[in-house]
Design a protein around this ligand. Structure first.
Ligand SMILES: [Fe+2]
Length: 228
């Protein structure tokens, strides 16, 4: 992975620990999130963790039996890696910091790997599920190659113009966004042959209701809940 000169990430989860914002930085992030509830988190996953995950993802088969809504094969690498990464992102100090940014209580995280290819369509959606205490969504870029299009977009429900359009520039870059009835989001269409691969999921104020696994947005399947 090419290392660029970038500002030190405010949030960074690595194999040997994590970096979190200071109290003053959290205060600034909270104000920013209150204004537009979609926040770029460059370098959220450390380069060493990204390298490990990209090696794992290269072996994923993205099969239907490990699908997001039917994770029958709990021994598949997709599900094992998704559970491990979900556990890393559920670390209490990280959840506390995300709670400080979102001004809501956060206890845990659960996510899935998603693959989006050219021709797939994802409608605007809110990811509101009755009985699930979803506070915020998180999408992290884990694409081995740069892809065209596919930006994260957030809008006020039923408005036309996006309030935020956030590109996924490098592996490990994340996007944190609020889950609330006011908002809808989507992944813009992927425009080239390189697929967009993300780890996407939700921070919950209670027990996680998501099932770690795989979710796909491909032309034949249309689109569904949970991927961004
Ligand atoms: Fe979503």
């Amino acid at each position: 992975m090419k290392e660029k000169a970038r500002a030190a990430p405010l949030f960074q989860v690595g194999l040997d620990g994590m970096r979190l914002p200071t109290g003053a930085q959290l205060g600034r992030l909270r104000k920013k999130f209150a204004s537009v509830p979609a926040l770029r988190l460059p370098g959220l996953l450390s380069p060493d963790l990204c390298r490990y995950l990209l090696e794992q993802i290269a072996r994923f088969r993205f099969l239907a039996d490990a699908a997001y809504d039917r994770p029958r094969n709990f021994k598949s690498p997709e599900v094992i890696v998704a559970r491990t990464l979900s556990a890393l992102l559920s670390e209490p100090t990280l959840c506390e910091a995300v709670g400080a940014v979102t001004a809501r209580r956060v206890r845990t995280f659960s996510g899935v790997f998603s693959r989006h290819i050219q021709g797939g369509r994802q409608p605007w959606h809110g990811d509101i599920v009755k009985g699930q205490a979803r506070v915020a969504g998180l999408a992290v870029n884990l694409s081995a190659r740069p892809f065209e299009g596919g930006q994260f977009q957030l809008r006020r429900k039923h408005s036309v113009r996006p309030l935020a359009t956030i590109p996924y520039e490098d592996p490990g870059d994340g996007c944190l966004f609020e889950i609330d009835r006011k908002w809808q989001h989507r992944g813009a269409p992927v425009l080239g042959p390189a697929p967009k691969i993300l780890f996407v999921g939700f921070f919950y104020s209670g027990d996680a209701a998501g099932r770690p696994g795989i979710f796909r947005v491909e032309p034949a399947r249309g689109s569904a809940d949970a991927a961004s």
